[in-house]
Design a protein around this ligand. Structure first.
Ligand SMILES: C[S@@+](CC[C@H](N)C(=O)[O-])C[C@H]1O[C@@H](n2cnc3c(N)ncnc32)[C@H](O)[C@@H]1O
Length: 220
């Protein structure tokens, strides 16, 4: 029936219509990604990730930021800013742990930008971990999701970099994260607080003017 096929074609088109165009996502991310070579396919995958996040966030509280452009700026932008600073410091196949990944920040955008990196997203809340598994599947990634507290990982599991963004009880989380970094590796935080790790490199995150990227090299 022609009417039915027209309706299903319309439904299909509506389902596939992205919330933001790839060009708009690229514009919003420009302050965070300058000097990075971003393949155009990356914007399409970020668009897929955004739409999945918006769909899940309508039913489950994954992030308090609900406005799509703000999600791109704050969550994607800040995560890619961290990726930009890690890219020159890590080997392509280095192991990275995102401690308290929530809806995947910064670990998933880092994985999308640096696909050879062996990323583990650790998230103790079941619903958020389910979202992470779905995002990894949708985006066709090999990223590991550790759906429990980082403290319950086998002690021998260590990483070339551990990232923490906006994790509650940050000082306790940092104490649990530090032993997970190999000597010579990096402990990286994204936070509103400038003095989270003392005597280490602090880089102002563009945009809000309130965020700081802290990178500590763990001694050999
Ligand atoms: C405020 S959210 C931030 C999520 C994400 N990093 C972001 O920037 O949007 C902090 C998350 O860390 C998780 N978390 C806190 N401590 C953890 C631990 N020890 N192991 C695994 N996940 C943890 C919580 O369940 C929560 O989802």
């Amino acid at each position: 029936m022609p009417g039915v096929s027209f309706l299903s074609a319309l439904h299909y088109t509506q389902k596939r219509m992205p919330t933001l165009t790839e060009a708009r996502i690229a514009d919003l991310l420009a302050p965070y990604t300058e000097s990075l070579s971003m393949e155009s396919a990356l914007y399409g995958r970020l668009s897929q990730y955004l739409d999945l996040l918006l769909r899940w966030n309508a039913k489950t509280n994954l992030t308090a930021i609900r406005e799509p452009e703000e999600i791109v700026r704050r969550h994607f932008g800040e995560s890619l800013f961290a990726a930009r600073h890690l890219a020159s410091r890590l080997a392509p196949e280095a192991a990275l742990l995102d401690f308290g990944s929530g809806a995947g920040f910064p670990g998933l955008p880092i994985q999308l930008l640096l696909p050879e990196l062996r990323v583990t997203l650790a998230e103790s809340q079941g619903k958020k971990a389910s979202f992470l598994r779905e995002a990894v599947r949708t985006l066709g990634l090999a990223t590991e999701v550790w759906s429990a507290r980082v403290e319950s990982m086998p002690a021998e599991r260590r990483f070339d970099a551990v990232t923490l963004r906006a994790v509650d009880h940050m000082q306790e989380a940092l104490a649990a994260a530090r032993p997970r970094v190999v000597p010579g590796g990096w402990l990286v935080t994204l936070s509103a607080s400038r003095s989270l790790i003392k005597d280490t490199e602090q880089i102002a995150v563009p945009g809000s003017g309130e965020g700081w990227l802290t990178m500590e090299r763990i001694s050999e």
